[in-house]
Design a binder for this molecule. Structure first.
Ligand SMILES: C[S@@+](CC[C@H](N)C(=O)[O-])C[C@H]1O[C@@H](n2cnc3c(N)ncnc32)[C@H](O)[C@@H]1O
Length: 352
């Protein structure tokens, strides 16, 4: 059980608990281990993209031969390789800031079908313009861009200077006639009772006294939400009350990761920061509500559901009403499509 280790670390180091400050560990080794944990993951994650693209081909709305793919934070490029091996897309570009992951992608850049993956190394916000130029050049001016973001957008608010959720994708919509954007991210708890948890919940874990759960929750919430949990949040019987986003954040960090280095890394970001509805609506508002189709799907990830069960987590609506709540929504998939006939203007039509 790793929770006692987390509690010890918080008691010893408090808010200074970061990978860089850990002192007793090789930080570059932990970065390599972090990058390695995503190796080959892309193949599984890209399957909903392939499903959607195949449907669009059947409908005659998408021509792979006139498209280039771009993966942001795609680690070793396994998402691009899987996509390019299964569709005759002109080429792929990986935009990734982890040196180790970028090197792994470069080592496998040439694919059997003659396609190639170009790697742009650096921060997503700073380098997306360069990545777009590379995508246009390497594809001979493809008209359609397929943008994939898997598990990266929730990181950018804390890991990418000048990142703005509502403007991040503008350049893709400005430079390409057609844009297919696929995001799969851990997300904020959706604000609909029938889908998610109520706004305020009580949680408990077996054998974890309230004061300990409160201590960890306070630490995590202070660091990632700027406000801790209230002083009277302990409710007796092991239950601690908090906002549902805070509770999901606390659970992600307590039950999902196997070692302390990963815990420290995860403390650098908020897994409940991404709001697919807000992002999708902002893009529609900028580029035309009738021009940009949006699909948003919510789910509980298998990894989270398994960990929730293994750790015996319980949750209930605040105030102590039963029955227990099911595991919360933790992830979402956002698809945005602007599919244009060649030659159509890139700016939205008036009133669009
Ligand atoms: C959670 S991992 C997901 C990796 C891969 N997309 C997957 O789903 O398996 C997040 C990835 O985003 C990259 N990343 C994080 N912040 C970034 C930034 N500011 N610019 C570019 N890449 C970034 C990380 O290096 C890492 O490879």
């Amino acid at each position: 059980m790793r929770i006692p280790e987390i509690i010890k670390e918080i008691q010893l180091n408090g808010l200074n608990s970061t990978p860089e400050n850990a002192g007793d560990v090789d930080y570059s080794a932990s970065r390599r281990a972090y990058s390695a944990s995503f190796e080959g993951e892309g193949e599984r994650k890209v399957s909903f993209v392939l499903e959607d693209l195949r449907q669009l081909v059947l409908e005659g709305r998408f021509d792979p031969g006139n498209a280039v793919a771009l993966s942001i934070g795609g680690a070793d490029g396994s998402d691009l390789r899987a996509l390019l091996q299964k569709m005759p897309i002109r080429g792929g570009v990986l935009l990734e800031y982890a040196r180790e992951a970028a090197a792994a992608a470069r080592a496998k850049a040439d694919l059997e079908g003659g396609q190639r993956i170009e790697v742009v190394e650096g921060d997503a916000t700073q380098k997306k313009g360069e990545a777009v130029d590379v995508a246009l050049n390497c594809s001979g001016g493809a008209k359609t861009v397929i943008v994939m973001c898997f598990g990266v957008l929730h990181e950018l608010p804390t890991r990418s200077p000048d990142y703005r959720e509502d403007r991040f994708f503008d350049i893709f919509f400005s430079k390409f006639e057609s844009v297919l954007l696929y995001c799969a991210e851990p997300c904020a708890v959706p604000a609909f009772d029938y889908l998610g948890w109520p706004d305020e919940v009580e949680i408990r874990l077996p054998d974890l006294p309230e004061w300990k759960l409160r201590l960890v929750a306070d630490h995590i919430c202070l660091q990632r939400f700027g406000v801790g949990v209230s002083e009277d949040s302990a409710r007796g019987g092991g239950w601690v009350v908090m906002r549902s986003n805070q509770a999901v954040e606390v659970l992600h960090k307590l039950i999902r990761f196997q070692d302390m280095q990963r815990f420290r890394h995860e403390m650098g970001e908020r897994l409940t920061s991404f709001n697919g509805a807000t992002m999708g609506r902002a893009i529609q508002a900028s580029f035309g509500v009738n021009d940009v189709e949006m699909e948003l799907m919510y789910r509980t990830s298998t990894g989270f559901r398994d960990a929730y069960r293994e750790h015996g987590v319980e949750a209930r609506a605040s105030g102590g009403q039963w029955p227990l709540l099911p595991p919360p929504i933790t992830h979402c998939r956002l698809i945005l499509r602007r599919l244009r006939q060649s030659g159509a203007p890139l700016c939205p039509t008036e009133g669009g």
